[in-house]
Design a protein around this ligand. Structure first.
Ligand code: NI
Length: 258
């Protein structure tokens, strides 16, 4: 009934127990999981991982905080991996001006290239944004191409105005387990955005192994915990978790073609 649209199951601490993690996910009602890459190297790992497990789908791409070993040939590599069966998106890509030092020009250049790869391949993108909303929105607008660029803003961290614009452009947004934490300024903004966003533009995600929902805060996150995030979002929407699960799974299937 749920699709976890964002789980880094390839990380060493998670992949070593992958059999148990996937069994618990299935027991919790998770029907499919999307595993995003962060480098060319992990894109290759993910291609292999998703061939081994029926419920997994993969994304290939280069994350903005992982540009240290970047080579131009990696972009060609990403584009050829994108054609493989069960690779359903280009991600996780985006901008990150939180971790210093960062090279915003380089990040923007590589993000633009990956947006173009996604459009050439007809695949959606999975977008990461940390402290970079203005530059990101500017780039999304300039590469939007009348809707050729489509995708998901994962772990949404911009404001209501940007959320409205994303929805208007046909993008999907998702929140991680931190929406279940004790109300503070940023959760209150997230509550408002969830309330204003039609369920037809929401996706569910865990961002495993990060940001576990309550009551697992401080532990390693995993896809089976997505039902706690779903329960909070359903409450904010005034619908049942089952209904939210049905709609968000349909959204994920239609966006990612899975
Ligand atoms: Ni992520």
């Amino acid at each position: 009934m749920y699709i976890d649209s964002h789980a880094h199951l390839n990380y060493p601490d998670v992949v070593k127990n992958i059999g148990e993690v996937l069994q618990r996910a299935e027991d919790a009602g998770v029907e499919a999981i999307i595993v995003p890459a962060t480098t060319y190297r992990t894109s290759l790992d993910i291609v292999e991982l998703v061939q081994k497990h029926k419920m997994l789908y993969g994304a290939v791409g280069i994350h903005p905080t992982e540009l240290k070993d970047f080579e131009v040939s990696h972009l060609e590599g990403i584009e050829s991996l994108a054609a493989i069966d069960k690779i359903c998106a280009i991600g996780e890509i985006g901008l990150d001006y939180y971790w210093e030092p960062y090279d915003s020009e380089l990040q923007i250049r590589i993000l633009r290239e990956q947006f173009r790869i996604a459009k050439r391949c007809g695949l959606p993108v999975i977008i990461h944004n940390r402290n970079s909303t203005n530059d990101l929105m500017e780039l999304v607008r300039s590469e939007y191409d009348g809707g050729l660029l489509k995708g998901q803003f994962h772990s949404f961290s911009a404001g209501q105005e940007e959320a409205n614009e994303c929805i208007k452009m046909g993008f999907y947004i998702s929140f991680t387990g931190n929406i279940t934490y004790k109300p503070n300024d940023s959760t209150r903004i997230a509550y408002g955005i969830v309330e204003q966003t039609p369920a037809e533009h929401l996706l569910l995600e865990t961002d495993t192994p990060y940001l576990p929902p309550m009551p697992y805060r401080g532990k390693q996150n995993e896809p089976s915990y997505v039902n706690h995030t779903a329960a909070k979002i359903a409450e904010l929407k005034g619908i049942t978790p089952e209904e939210l699960g049905r709609i968000t799974s349909e959204n994920a299937r239609s966006l990612y073609g899975i």
